[in-house]
Design a protein around this ligand. Structure first.
Ligand SMILES: NC(=O)c1ccc[n+]([C@@H]2O[C@H](COP(=O)([O-])OP(=O)(O)OC[C@H]3O[C@@H](n4cnc5c(N)ncnc54)[C@H](OP(=O)(O)O)[C@@H]3O)[C@@H](O)[C@H]2O)c1
Length: 182
C-alpha cells in the first residue's frame, strides 16, 4: 500500500483560504515545508476545482521542481467529462474516478515515481481521502495568522475521522502537526 501525504494549511481561526487563495492563509515557512514534501513525492493528487481554476499556476509546469511528476485529478463525478475539460485547457493532468471503496485500488494504480503520493488539494478532497485511506498522513500547519473576512474559506465536509497525532514540529514560530488514522 502506498503512503499518501496530505498537506493542508489552516489559519489560527480555521480558514483554509482567503478569496480562493491558500497563499492568504500560509507563510514562507509553509512554502518551505511544502517543497520538502514535494521532494518526497512521486505523484501529486489534486481536486477538480483546483485543477480547473484558471487563476492557479500549472502545478507541474516546465521549469518547476515538479516538471517530471505526474499530476492526477481525483473526482467522484464523471472522469471522462473532467478529462475532456482538462484536455480543452491544455492541462496535462490525468482524471480518475474514485469512491471510498475504490480509493486504495485507485491510489495504487496511479503512475508515480515513488510509493509516496502527495495530496495538494483543497480541504474537501483532502478530508475525504483521509477518511477513506488507511495509509494517509495529514500534515497540518497552523499558520500564525488570524484573518476573517467575507473571503474566508472553511471546510464543510460532513465526516467523523478518528485521528492520532504522530508528530509535532515547529519551524519559524509555526507548528506542523502530523496525524494518522486512529
Ligand atoms: N489551505 C490549504 O492548504 C489549501 C490547499 C489547496 C487549496 N486550498 C483552497 O481550497 C479551495 C478549494 O478546495 P475545496 O476543497 O474547498 O474545493 P471544493 O470545490 O469545495 O471541493 C473540491 C472537490 O470536493 C468535492 N466537493 C465539493 N464540495 C463537497 C462537499 N460539500 N462534500 C464532499 N465533497 C465535496 C468536489 O469533488 P468531485 O469532483 O468529486 O465532485 C470538488 O471538486 C480553494 O479556495 C483553494 O485556494 C487550500
Amino acid at each position: 500500500m502506498r503512503t499518501l501525504l496530505i498537506s493542508l494549511v489552516q489559519s489560527i481561526n480555521g480558514s483554509y483560504a482567503q478569496d480562493d487563495w491558500s497563499t492568504g492563509v500560509s507563510t514562507d515557512a509553509d512554502f518551505a515545508y511544502f517543497k520538502s514534501l514535494r521532494r518526497r513525492a512521486g505523484a501529486i493528487v489534486i481536486d477538480r476545482r483546483t485543477a480547473l481554476n484558471p487563476q492557479l499556476p500549472v502545478i507541474n509546469a516546465p521549469g518547476k521542481a515538479m516538471a517530471a511528476t505526474p499530476v492526477h485529478v481525483l473526482t467522484s463525478s464523471d472522469p471522462d467529462a473532467l478529462a475532456a475539460e482538462l484536455d480543452a485547457r491544455g492541462l496535462r493532468y490525468r482524471a480518475h474516478h474514485f469512491s471510498p471503496d475504490t480509493l486504495t485500488e485507485v491510489l495504487d494504480s496511479l503512475e508515480s515515481r515513488t510509493d509516496t503520493i502527495l495530496c495538494e488539494s483543497g480541504p474537501h478532497l483532502a478530508y475525504r481521502l483521509l477518511a477513506s485511506y488507511e495509509q494517509a498522513e495529514l500534515h497540518l500547519s497552523l499558520s500564525p495568522l488570524y484573518s476573517r473576512n467575507p473571503g474566508s474559506h472553511f471546510c464543510r465536509l460532513e465526516a467523523d475521522i478518528d485521528l492520532r497525532l504522530v508528530g509535532v514540529e515547529s519551524r519559524d514560530s509555526q507548528v506542523f502537526l502530523r496525524y494518522r488514522r486512529a
